[in-house]
Structure formats: C-alpha cells, structure tokens
Design a protein around this ligand. Sequence first.
Ligand SMILES: Nc1ncnc2c1ncn2[C@@H]1O[C@H](COP(=O)(O)OP(=O)(O)O)[C@@H](O)[C@H]1O
Ligand SMILES: [Mg+2]
Length: 252
Amino acid sequence: MSVVVVASMKGGVGKTTTTANLAFALSRLGRPVLVVDLDPQNSLFLHFGLDGSNRDGLAVAALDGRPWHSPALMSDSGVLCLPYGLLRGEQVARFERLLNENPQALGEALRAACAAEPEAIVLIDTPPGPSPYLKAAFECADLALLVLLADGGSYATIPAMEAWVDEWHSQRPGLRAAYVLNQTDASSPLARDVAEVLRQRLAHRLLPVGIHRDEAIGEALAVQQSVIEYDPHCRASLDFRQLAAAVARECP
Ligand SMILES: Nc1ncnc2c1ncn2[C@@H]1O[C@H](COP(=O)(O)OP(=O)(O)O)[C@@H](O)[C@H]1O
Ligand SMILES: [Mg+2]
C-alpha cells in the first residue's frame, strides 16, 4: 500500500478536484485505488456519483466505534471511496480530538481497508492548513502532493508549506513531497510569470506536470463524473493521465 496525501495551505486551489481525478486516472492504469475524504466538508463523494443521502463515513464510523474503513463504497468508476460522513459541529470536534489523541489510527484503518490489495494506492483529501487531519495523514503518508495556484496568494504560502515538509521529514525521513501547479493558463501573462517564478523557487520539487485551467473540470463535476470520463480528450484529462503516470512511478 502506498499513501498519497493531497494538501495545501489555502482552500479552493483544487485539492479535491486533484484527488478525485487522480484517483480515477490511477485506477485506469490498473491500480487498485482507495480515495479517502478527510475533510468535514464531505464533498469528495460527489465526484464519484455516489448517493448524497448516505450520511455514513469514516468520521461517523469512528464516533460509533465501528471500523473506520467500514463505510467505504465501490463507485461505478472502480475507485473505492471512503467519505468523511455527515457530522454536526460538536461531533466534528469530538472526531478531531480522537485524531489528535491517536493519529496512528488513520494508518491502521487504511491498512485494514487495503489488506487484500498490497498494490493499492490510497489518496487522502484534506482541508486547507494545519489540522488534526493533516497530522494524521502525514503520519502514514509516503508522498505529499502540495497543490498550488499560479498566483501571488499561493506563492505566499510556500514558506509555511516548506516548514510542514521539513517538520514531517524530520519525523519520517521516508516521506517525499512534490508540488503540483493547478489552473495553469498559457494565455494569462500574470499566470505565466508566476509559474516561472515558482519553477525557479521550487526547482525539482515542482512536478513537471501541471494541470491546465479547463472548463471541462467544472462541467464534469456538475454531472458527477471525473473529467476523464466526461471528456477524455480535453487538456485537463491529458494532464491528469500524465500526473497519474508520475504518481504511479512514485508508488511501487
Ligand atoms: N484546473 C481547473 N480548471 C478549472 N476549474 C478548476 C480547476 N481546478 C479546480 N477547479 C475548480 O475550482 C474550485 C475549487 O476546487 P476544489 O478542488 O474544490 O478546491 P479545494 O479542494 O482545494 O478547496 C472548484 O469549483 C473546481 O471545479
Ligand atoms: Mg476540498
């Protein structure tokens, strides 16, 4: 089992979009994939066409004392999906306390979920910024994908993300980190300039595969599909297939 955590300091940069579409692209490469929503927004399931009336999920199971992975559902696209579940505010705080007290529990649950699939890739979606979720995910991750937009706001968050990587790398030297640039846009001079500055600043840590800004991404979500199912030939589909090939190489 290889565990990939998708993280960023800012919201709205494309973590959930990247997690969902990368999961689909990896499963098309023939890898068993488990996608885990570790964000109380509980929106990842939408990308997989799963029933929104199902309120169950990992956080709900944890509070009920059931195995955390027990609510995982196989989506039509062949990706096993473990939603966060629907919790009220005070229950979210209880689950976060549970994670804080026992951050290893997440890794144990993922190992139980993948016991029969040693080649599985687990992708974990997280909320923005430092949180008990990120701590638990870093605790069991092999690879951190840090998502950035080509704008000044994302650029400003790099020192804080570098500090995360250094902190976790000192605790778990095996943890690798790579930055992914999302919503690249060759027609925007500002986006092109910022992308160039990021390439210089991050050097080899910035993956050579970025994800273009593409309307098809929003259209695919509106019909609860991955962009690759929705329009296999669009720019973003090509990008996610290339990103999946790069991630698969990192996850033997
Ligand atoms: N490459 C892209 N091209 C066009 N729209 C995108 C792209 N990436 C993300 N989006 C849109 O941006 C919004 C935020 O993306 P989301 O994945 O929810 O961000 P996060 O999980 O980081 O908060 C969504 O409406 C999504 O459809
Ligand atoms: Mg999100």
